[in-house]
Ligand binder design. Structure first.
Ligand SMILES: Nc1ncnc2c1ncn2[C@@H]1O[C@H](COP(=O)(O)OP(=O)(O)OP(=O)(O)O)[C@@H](O)[C@H]1O
Length: 256
């Protein structure tokens, strides 16, 4: 579904490359957790897949189409198939849950309709459905500023689902949440992933979450791909290479 070939990202005025020659194939049904220590390139990777960051080398193919060669209209079509959830939610606090979720459909609508805020019955029904799916039906008319962090992230997920995406991307979506809420958000993401048969790619700092929920782990170090495989194959040695530290509570009792 997404083919990444020799992807390189070099930010202007910096000496190091944020990503260097990354090649991998990401497929429908993969629930990928991207691991790496701070500065490894995880956000850059997600942002480049979403078209928020332009590669300086290599190419990303979406369903076979090279992204860098797409015209604006074609790029819009690709982008609207990619839902994104963010660490700090990126919601509009003064708007209601429903209004925030409806913004997820903007990519499918004319600028004029978006400006006047007119939605069809089908669009409103879809918004109600995704709000119900994330368990917030009784809060649909509540302003987002009055929600907890976990509830806000549910709105973020509902907004991404309102886009009817093929690909769901998450840039540290649970980094601001407590462990119990993080697990509930990952459970919800897994349910959505399975039911809609998505490709899901999530950056996460918490290795336990990655091991529990991912079907595939990708690890980056200094912008390079150092691991791409099944969670059960990401063991102490891979942990130590990725984080350059020894794991205190070893997965397999083989650590210190
Ligand atoms: N806008 C930018 N301009 C210049 N350099 C940047 C920019 N964004 C990121 N970088 C650099 O690119 C490298 C990768 O950063 P990135 O944010 O992708 O890492 P990360 O793994 O997501 O880190 P974290 O876990 O701390 O969010 C780092 O060296 C960072 O300093």
């Amino acid at each position: 579904m997404i083919q990444v070939e020799n992807l390189t990202v070099h930010y202007p005025d910096t000496k190091v490359e944020a990503l260097t020659n990354i090649s991998l194939s990401l497929n429908k049904g993969d629930f990928v957790c991207v691991l790496g220590k701070s500065g490894a390139g995880k956000s850059t990777f997600i942002r480049t897949i979403n078209g928020l960051q332009k590669p300086t080398g290599g190419e990303i193919y979406f369903d076979g189409q090279p992204i860098s060669l797409l015209k604006e209209e074609q790029l819009r079509k690709v982008r609207r198939q990619t839902g994104m959830i963010f660490q700090h939610f990126s919601l509009v606090p003064r708007l209601t849950v429903m209004q925030n979720v409806l913004t997820g459909m903007f990519g499918y609508r004319s600028s004029f309709k978006n400006l006047i805020g007119w939605f069809t019955k089908e669009e409103l029904d879809l918004a109600k459905r995704v709000i119900s799916e994330v368990g917030l039906s009784d809060m649909a008319t509540r302003k987002v500023e009055r929600l907890s962090g976990g509830q806000k992230q549910r709105v973020g997920i509902a907004r991404a689902l309102a886009q009817q995406p093929k690909v769901l991307l998450g840039d540290e979506p649970v980094a601001s949440l407590d462990p119990g809420t993080s697990n509930r958000i990952f459970t919800l993401l897994t349910e959505m992933h399975n039911r809609l048969d998505l490709l899901t790619i999530i950056n996460v700092h918490d290795i336990e979450l990655a091991k529990r929920y991912a079907t595939r782990i990708v690890a980056l170090k200094d912008g390079k791909l150092i691991f791409d495989g099944a969670p059960e194959d990401f063991k102490d040695a891979e942990y130590e290479e990725t984080y350059e530290s020894i794991r205190q509570d070893s997965f397999f009792g083989a650590g210190i």
